[in-house]
Design a protein around this ligand. Structure first.
Ligand SMILES: Nc1ncnc2c1ncn2[C@@H]1O[C@H](COP(=O)(O)OP(=O)(O)OP(=O)(O)O)[C@@H](O)[C@H]1O
Length: 905
């Protein structure tokens, strides 16, 4: 208090600082700039300080001492009395405080309203938000100022009165605007609004609707409050339509309650929460918004809420507010259409403004009130919330007043209290804020009043951004609603003059505009307006006359047209009948056509299949023809080649034949000479043998040179002479060694000639050519023929090559008259010839002889007659020579296959 007194008591309100600092919850602000809540862009914006008014109530009783003195309309002086403790030093100093306006104790409610609230109602109509709250010690007259009583209406009813008088002719029909529960509004069509009105009417008759206002005699208290007739505001946009909505909430023990809530069977109210809408406006979520059309309805709603408001009897006030109450008047406006008849159905064009009238609970000291229990707790909550309000505004002011390059903004604790949280958007956002500081001037309230004064002084230094609502520009002609109104008046006048057609005229504001460009500025009851209405009536009469004529003409034309129509109808009937019969024929034809089309489709599909098959076959034929041509070409080529080979072979064969023939002739001559020489020697030998035999003195001739052998040699020589046996075979067996291979039982074991040793080659394959039923060999020495294959007939040379034989053995068996059997093995190499055949070159003869046990000792000439059948399949020649010839012939046949043509075999 000392510090406060040391300050200059007289201090004018501070002008807005050059660079107000941003609050902790708001973006930084520069001079004249605040946050643009709609677009986010920084743009210059004017600011106004919080308007603080001071109202001093009369002293409660005549005996009360006062410490306050109103010096003039803006200054109040606090003058402590002698008995106050603070004046113990004897010095009496008067404190003076300056406010926007200070109301004397005898100031009327109208004075307060006109100075404080009327500008706020103007703001409301212009589309701006305003906040008005009363602040002061308990019993200082806050409720009295805000609400008043039946005789002295407070600010709130007067605001409603002024508002409704201003918008009375421009109100939209009920339920055209409907709250969207998110602090916004939407526009219903005329039909939907009508439906809602009917529902409300039903509720009214049923008596169920909480706010279904009845057309009844006004409450005398309410009627008295609405009795004064203020002048309507001229700031109204006459082309808009308006609706008023009321909400009424209280903050009790730092909780929000909806005083208009339909709580049903529940007695207690539900606690509500505060939320921020899309435009950063704080609102009570789920609060009841009641649309009112008159002051009476609005006050009725207020009285309903007032009954629920927490009031209490304290020592200092018989009807003390135990909560902060917020009465919100929300004005919704939207432009009308081009005819000025209905609201444009676009919620983007809606402008919502609100005037919040806050009756704060009074601060009180428990030492004075002697409160206990619930009252004490209420007082604690009230004081806390008021303290938060003070702190918020103080921080806001400090933040705004900070200078320097790096200002440190304090965080403003709006959320610490519901009341500051609720109005955060006013302090951080934009609008107009006014405060009425209510003062009870008695000396007992001195201390608390001083606190109030200091707070009030500080508050008026806080700057609030001025709202600049943006009006939607739809490009519609101004004054359309007035034009609409004039037109309706003219129509009514004509109707009253006995021209009922006037009611059927459609609204034509264009006609009103054509009467003069300055008509929007006329007052409705001015003489200019009257003359315009007269002009309008004349035009409309002319229009009605013209319409009558046109209607008569139209009736005539309608009759003609009707007649024409009847004729047409007749013709039409005929045509319909024809059409029906044609349709039937057409249907038949269409069915037939469909069936034919179906058949055609089937045939087409089968033709497609056949075409596919034909093309496939043609392709196959082409391929085969191509192959045939290739084969024929190949064949003709081979034929030509074969012919060429044949010619070549024949010429070569002829050359070879000539050559062989010459060689053969040459050899034959040589052999003949040689054989003749041999024959001569043999004859000589035979002769000697004959001589010996005849002399019976047998010389010791070698066994091999017996007469029999010699005879055989002779026979063989004869064979050679005849050319039946090849010279090559004979030459490979020297006569001197031939005897070595004989093996006779008479002379013991047969001696083996090395030259006649059987081939041990593992790779040789033998082809044994023998008789079908040979006499079994009983000799000790058996022929060694490895890989042998035996054949009885050799008809084709292929047997040689098929078998893969490299060796050939011809087996010949002979038996003489004594029963001795002689087996001869003619052995040779198989040599392939250049003509594809094979030739055998004999190189060895092995002779195996078996002695008959019953033969006579007399040597006889061998006879093969008994063996001929078994060995060669036919009668054998009786002589060895014949046998040799037979062997040779068989060799010719069996080995070469075509040997009969070859002279070498
Ligand atoms: N300006 C005034 N003229 C005549 N009577 C007044 C005036 N101001 C207040 N009163 C009377 O003072 C009494 C208390 O006033 P009011 O209830 O408005 O105080 P308050 O500030 O609202 O108190 P609380 O904070 O406890 O609610 C009421 O009976 C009221 O009629």
């Amino acid at each position: 208090m000392k510090a406060a007194m040391a300050r200059t008591p007289m201090r004018p309100p501070k002008t807005p600082r050059a660079a107000p600092m941003p609050s902790a919850q708001a973006p930084p602000m520069t001079e004249g700039k605040r946050r643009d809540l709609s677009g986010g862009k920084q743009q210059p914006q004017q600011q106004d300080p919080v308007n603080v008014f001071c109202r001093v109530r009369p002293l409660p009783s005549d005996g009360d001492l006062t410490c306050m003195r109103v010096k003039n309309s803006t200054t109040i002086a606090v003058n402590p009395q002698d008995q106050h403790k603070l004046l113990q030093n004897g010095a009496q100093r008067e404190m003076q405080y300056i406010f926007k306006h200070v109301f004397q104790p005898d100031a009327t409610q109208q004075d307060v309203f006109a100075s404080v609230a009327q500008p706020l109602v103007e703001n409301l109509v212009r589309g701006r938000n305003s906040l008005l709250f009363t602040y002061g010690v308990t019993g200082s007259g806050k409720t009295y100022t805000m609400t008043g009583n039946s005789r002295h209406r407070g600010v709130m009813p007067r605001c409603l009165d002024l508002l409704f008088r201003t918008i009375s002719d421009y109100q939209a029909k009920k339920f055209v605007f409907k709250p969207d529960k998110l602090n916004g509004f939407e526009i219903l069509s005329e039909e939907d609004a009508l439906l809602e009105r009917q529902q409300e009417m039903n509720q009214r008759f049923a008596g169920t609707g909480r706010f279904a206002f009845r057309r009844k005699e006004s409450d005398p208290e309410i009627a008295s409050q609405a009795s004064v007739e203020p002048t309507p505001l001229s700031v109204l946009d006459e082309d808009n339509m308006y609706s008023v909505f009321i909400t009424y909430v209280e903050m009790y023990n730092n909780s929000v309650y909806d005083l208009l809530e339909d709580s049903g069977i529940q007695k207690s109210l539900q606690c509500k929460i505060i939320r921020e809408d899309a435009n950063h406006q704080m609102f009570v979520h789920g609060v009841t918004e009641v649309e009112v059309k008159t002051v009476d309805e609005a006050l009725e709603v207020f009285q309903m809420g007032q009954k629920r408001k927490r009031m209490g009897n304290t020592v200092l006030n018989a009807e003390s507010s135990r909560s902060h109450s917020v009465f919100n008047i929300r004005l919704v406006q939207a432009p009308t259409d081009c005819q000025g008849e209905h609201v444009v159905q676009d919620k983007q064009n809606i402008t919502v403004s609100q005037l919040s009238l806050v009756d704060l609970a009074g601060s009180e000291r428990s030492s004075r009130t002697k409160n206990t229990g619930v009252r004490l707790r209420e007082a604690g909550n009230i004081n806390n919330s008021l303290m938060t309000l003070r702190t918020c505004l103080e921080y806001l002011r400090e933040n705004q007043q900070q200078l320097g390059p790096n200002p440190v903004a304090k965080k403003i604790p709006y959320r610490d209290s519901k009341i500051t949280h609720m109005f955060k958007n006013y302090f951080d956002g934009e609008g107009q804020v006014s405060m009425i500081v209510c003062i009870n001037p008695r000396i007992e309230d001195y201390d608390e009043n001083m606190q109030v004064m200091k707070f009030a002084e500080m508050t008026q230094e806080v700057q609030i951004a001025r709202a600049t609502p943006i009006k939607p520009d739809l490009g519609l002609t101004p004054g359309r609603r007035k034009a609409n109104k004039l037109f309706k008046i003219a129509v009514n006048n004509l109707n009253e003059l006995g021209i009922p057609e006037a009611k059927q005229l459609e609204m034509d504001v264009g006609l009103v505009y054509s009467l003069g460009a300055d008509f929007p500025h006329y007052q409705m009851d001015s003489p200019e307006t009257e003359s315009k209405i007269q002009e309008l009536m004349e035009y409309l009469e002319q229009r009605i006359d013209k319409r009558r004529k046109l209607r008569a003409n139209m009736d005539l034309k309608c009759d003609n047209f009707r007649q024409l129509l009847m004729n047409l109808d007749r013709d039409n009937l005929q045509l319909r009948t024809e059409l029906a019969s044609l349709k039937a024929v057409y249907k038949q034809e269409r069915d037939r056509s469909a069936a034919l089309e179906n058949r055609v489709r089937i045939h087409e599909s089968s033709i497609d299949v056949l075409n596919n098959t034909v093309s496939k076959r043609e392709r196959q034929i082409q391929e085969l023809t191509h192959k045939l041509n290739e084969q024929e070409q190949l064949l003709s080529q081979k034929e030509q080649e074969k012919e060429k080979q044949k010619k070549k072979f024949n010429s070569k064969l002829a050359v070879e034949s000539d050559k062989n023939k010459r060689e053969f002739d040459q050899k034959l001559r040589e052999q003949r000479v040689k054989m003749q020489e041999r024959m001569r020697i043999k004859d000589e030998k035979l002769r000697l043998v004959s001589n010996i035999l005849q002399s019976e003195d047998v010389p010791s001739l070698p066994r091999s040179q017996s007469s029999e052998d010699l005879l055989n040699d002779k026979n063989r020589d004869r064979d050679h002479d005849r050319g039946a046996f090849t010279a090559r075979t004979e030459s490979s067996v020297p006569p001197t060694t031939r005897t070595d291979i004989y093996c006779t039982p008479r002379h013991g074991l047969a001696a083996a000639n090395n030259r006649h040793r059987r081939s041990r080659s593992a790779g040789d394959k033998w082809l044994e050519h023998r008789a079908a039923n040979p006499v079994p060999l009983g000799t000790i020495m058996q022929p060694y023929l490895k890989n042998r294959k035996s054949v009885t007939k050799l008809t084709d040379m292929k047997q040689l090559t098929d078998h893969g034989a490299t060796k050939y053995c011809l087996v010949s068996q002979e038996a003489d008259t004594d029963g001795d059997v002689e087996t001869k093995l003619y052995k040779g190499n198989v040599i392939p010839t250049c003509g594809g055949g094979a030739q055998v070159v004999f190189e060895d003869v092995e002779c195996l002889r078996q002695k008959s046990p019953v033969h006579s000792p007399t040597r006889k000439r061998p006879s093969n007659s008994n063996l001929s059948a078994s060995a060669f399949g036919g009668p054998l020649p009786s002589t060895g020579l014949t046998s040799v010839q037979d062997v040779a012939s068989r060799c010719n046949l069996g080995i070469e296959g075509h040997s009969s043509k070859k002279s070498k075999i």
